[in-house]
Design a protein around this ligand. Structure first.
Ligand SMILES: Cc1cc2nc3c(=O)[nH]c(=O)nc-3n(C[C@H](O)[C@H](O)[C@H](O)COP(=O)(O)OP(=O)(O)OC[C@H]3O[C@@H](n4cnc5c(N)ncnc54)[C@H](O)[C@@H]3O)c2cc1C
Length: 373
């Protein structure tokens, strides 16, 4: 298929999910530079679905995608995409205002429960209550099976007649007479629409198309796994510092931790810094009795933000047929079902789906036009 209706550039969760939605509406070719789709940020996340973490249109997109994740279409996945993983925000006495702010911003929208004193150790027995004095629990938060979700989208593209091509870096984009000519590895494609889902590389792909950059900033975030020692971790929540200075969560028989840092850098195959792992261990050890001494595996990923930290979904205001779907920061997995439907609506119908508008998603707030002079 060399003349599809849509060429999607990038095979992470953004490209896979929008490719899935578009394949129901026309012919799609998704091109991914790496031999494996999901090699970059999508394969490196904490895999959490939480409605309390972000606000505004991002929270609306997260909530609007919950139904899909809870009950995906028949044949999409052979195992559940979500399993319960409550999130417990914890605070020292000097962090109470942050918790109060979170409680206020979620009131009437997300169920959060105050947790004090012994309640803290009932949820997570290793918390040091001489240091952590209160918490807010989101009982409805979930762990996402990211691999199954991502593969479900990619398989869906193929089942709907689309194509997923890996090892195909887009290195040229030329527009003439209503058609984009796309050079991707050994493929030459022609299409009226190019969808930029290249994650940290979205501005670079846009530059190939002659579009002005949005000023996207990829930010490194480091993660690692470690053993739980003699602690039984079944039923533990994800524990997040109120100021997001660290977090840890159970992952089957081990724990995953992070410094939750945001270090700006150019797009590349990012690696963890030892100092970030060490600092995270120090903070987790101060807040708990986990006494982490060894880590099993470390990695890092790039969370890419547009100025203002809202996603960018919409046609470029200047380059015809060039569509942005980027800037998903730290929420690209949990928002992917609704974000992909938002993008497909704007691409095919010129408007957001009515249910997303009713859910509070505002096309103008996420449009690339907001950056136009
Ligand atoms: C440590 C960490 C924890 C996170 N935790 C969560 C979480 O709990 N919940 C959540 O929802 N989100 C989380 N995120 C964020 C989430 O992972 C991202 O928002 C999401 O994966 C971004 O997906 P993407 O498809 O835009 O980018 P990517 O997965 O990076 O995909 C972009 C793809 O484009 C390809 N590409 C680039 N240039 C080209 C080109 N020229 N030609 C062809 N292909 C190209 C790349 O190879 C890449 O595969 C976390 C991220 C990190 C790093």
């Amino acid at each position: 298929m060399d003349h599809p209706d849509f060429v999607v550039v990038g095979g992470g969760i953004a490209g896979a999910s929008v490719g899935y939605e578009l394949a129901g509406r026309g012919a799609v070719v998704l091109v991914e530079r790496e031999p494996t789709a999901g090699y970059h940020t999508t394969g490196r996340s904490a895999a959490v679905f939480t409605e309390s973490y972000e606000r505004g249109p991002v929270r609306a997109l997260t909530m609007a995608g919950r139904g899909f994740l809870e009950e995906p279409p028949d044949g999409f996945a052979d195992q559940p995409l979500l399993t319960p993983l409550p999130v417990l925000y914890v605070a020292r006495s000097d962090q109470q205002a942050t918790l109060d702010d979170l409680a206020a911003s979620t009131r009437g929208l997300v169920d959060l429960e105050r947790v004090e004193g012994n309640g803290l150790t009932r949820h997570c027995p290793v918390l040091r209550t001489d240091r952590i004095v209160s918490g807010l629990l989101e009982p409805g938060a979930m762990e996402i099976d990211v691999h199954t979700l991502h593969q479900g989208f990619l398989r869906g593209i193929r089942r709907r007649g689309g194509e997923v091509v890996t090892g195909a870096p887009v290195d040229e984009l030329a527009y003439a007479n209503g058609t984009w000519e796309v050079s991707a590895g050994n493929r030459a494609l022609r299409s009226p629409i190019v969808v930029d889902t290249a994650g940290a590389w979205c501005d670079e792909v846009a530059a190939l198309a002659g579009a002005a950059p949005l000023g996207l900033t990829p930010m490194r975030r480091t993660a690692f796994t470690f053993g739980p020692g003699h602690h039984g971790i079944a039923g533990w929540p994800m524990v997040v510092d109120a100021d997001e200075d660290f977090y840890f969560k159970p992952e089957r028989t081990q724990l995953m931790g992070s410094l939750a840092e945001e270090t700006p850098m150019p797009p590349h195959d990012v690696r963890p810094e030892e100092i970030d792992v060490a600092l995270a261990i120090e903070r987790i050890n101060q807040a708990t009795y986990l006494d982490i001494r060894h880590v099993r595996r470390t990695w890092a990923g790039l969370r890419t933000f547009a100025p203002g930290r809202l996603p960018v979904v919409g046609f470029d205001p200047v380059r015809p047929g060039f569509f942005w779907l980027c800037g998903q920061g730290g929420y690209g997995i949990m928002t992917s079902p609704a974000m992909a439907r938002a993008a497909a609506g704007l691409l095919c119908d010129g408007a957001l789906p009515a249910d997303l508008v009713a859910a509070g998603v505002d096309a103008a707030a996420i449009s690339p036009e907001r950056f136009a002079d």
